[in-house]
Design a protein around this ligand. Sequence first.
Ligand SMILES: [Zn+2]
Ligand SMILES: [Zn+2]
Length: 254
Amino acid sequence: MKVVFLGVGEACDERAPNTSVWVQTEVENQHKSVMLDCGFTVPSFYWQQTSNPEDLDALWISHFHGDHFFGVPALLLRFWEMKRSRPLAIVSQVGVERIITQTMELAYPGFFPKLTYSVVFHEIEPDQRVRIVGLDWSAAQSIHGQRNLAVRIEDGKHSIFYSGDGLFSPETLSLARDCSLAVHEAFRLDPLTPGHGTVRQCIDFAREAGAAMLALVHVQRDERKDRYTEILEVLRGVNDLHVIIPEPGDELEL
Ligand SMILES: [Zn+2]
Ligand SMILES: [Zn+2]
């Protein structure tokens, strides 16, 4: 399983694009490609990675804050411009179809029915395990200002947990159990912002979940600038867990 951090930023970061993770893997010799969240600054970073309009199998949307899904119209538009023909799965919580079609209609009126490919919506709710595009998906609710689902995707060999936004909950902790990689939002180094995680809490979370590796994303912009050395210092002090704070464009092979 290959993981590319298209973006690692929060909503208003002037340097780091919105947090988005591109996951590529193989199941029974078939290439699988999934994007986790697509905020307003993300599509151009995806197109820097690939110019193939048929590559993406599925898009996961953790919740409906703009930095996690306002890139969808531009993504769908370019697929249309490039004459994509394969269906695209959009996977999220209940209500996803209405929200995405409304968003598309606001951004590019009249375009959604004209797309050259079909968009297939899948709803996942906590306690379900669903097979979509040949991968196993499950979800759990975190603690965030808007309802956010963390997701776990498995290809039979590896598993990735992605928090979306929010502080972990007992449910997201069990979702992350023994995963190969936990990608978790860590908005601050330590003082708590309601509805978000901290670097130290995420480390405890990954440790308790038994995750093999932890990637910290969505760090608040000033914190990322002014306290980066302090954050690295904390990470250096962790000896029992592989923790990284990726830069945009960084890749991992699990
Ligand atoms: Zn966010
Ligand atoms: Zn949010």
